[in-house]
Ligand binder design. Sequence first.
Ligand code: INI
Length: 163
Amino acid sequence: MRSIEGKLSGVNLRFCIVVSRFNSLFSERLLDGAMDMLLRHEVSHQAIDVIRVPGAWELPLVAKEAALSGKYDGIIALGAVIRGDTPHFEYVSAEMSKGLASVALTQRVPVAFGVLTCDTMDQAVARSGSKGGNKGAEAALSAIETINVMKQIRTVREDGEHA
Ligand code: INI
């Protein structure tokens, strides 16, 4: 049996954070959480690009462009989709989440999902830096771990030793 797992070190890792302006009251708090988590895991400030997009709908396209650039080890998508009076929420959140998953799978670059999908403002408040934690910070930590596990898989030799 061999165990492969990602370390929680951000040394030498390069990140793109894509953050939506819509519901910026929440998305900017998610960005604060993500930045704090990356920096506390020794990611260099210079190794982080922050790209703002209009809304959650735009996250997959821009995440894909970032992935295709080859400049990043991982991408962190941040935003907040909050249910309103119409079915708009369902369309935006469904396509955004499927789109982000598709970017990760097709480009083979970790894309962390730090987008709130909430029924109420209170739920968003809770998850963007209060009693429910900060989903941006959680996404950043997941990105570090996933990048490192991918690196491990790519360097483990057939005999189980690391190349
Ligand atoms: N974008 C969000 O990020 N969150 C929302 O809650 C939201 N709602 O509810 O409308 C939202 N809409 C904008 C959308 O993401 C696009 O930016 C817009 O449709 C232009 O393409």
